[in-house]
Design a protein around this ligand. Sequence first.
Ligand code: GLY
Length: 254
Amino acid sequence: MLIAMTRGVSPDMGRCELTHLAREVIDLDLARAQHRQYEACLAALGCEIRRLPPEPALPDSVFVEDTALVLDELALIARPGAASRRPETQSVAEALKPYRSLATIQAPGTLDGGDVLRIGRALYVGLSSRSDPAGLEQLRAAVAPWGYTVRGVPVDGCLHLKSAVTQVAEDTLLINPAWVDSSAFGNLNLLEVDPSEPLAANALLIDTTVLFPAAYPSTRRRLEEQGISVKVVEVSELAKAEGGVTCCSLIFNE
Ligand code: GLY
């Protein structure tokens, strides 16, 4: 069974971290409704939703992806690059304990889950404003016993590696090549976002369907032209907090 861990929208989300976006007013009621719809889409795609306890005082706590990396063999609790986000990890570690043995990124290393793209047994790690080489090396050591390869990929111009590139089919990545070097991804097929939609590379692949934001219709057409099944979700208010569709869940096999 696929589990999707999620967490509700904090009433303080208007005070979220912002790195590349200007602050805009967030309609909290709409954000909550969009988040519920996002969860409904995950459920329709076969995920069992497990909601984490709310963290009303932590503005970015809806973006649970950044707090951990869950592999079949272990869960690695992140140490987010933004200090304001570090308290988010404690409840996530508690919630993951029944499912996986845990390892934890230690100070001074930093790693955000949004910077880790897993393709089979290859882990691509964004070297971003949030994740540093010390965090990457700790990840490398934690997963070495299971034969994962770990490769650092510089990210420039966006928040996380998965703002710039995500998997959309078994052998295909959706990418904004302005933010990450396409040559890092070897023999995988690369589908570029429409240039008018630079933020469109963040898509969430579940089985053979891609959950994709309504805001990027031109890139959506590119996905569909490749025969990729797309389920559209409206996440405009979550996007104002610099979050995408991968950010709002931790998805793993029970
Ligand atoms: N607001 C999402 C983040 O900066 O982590």
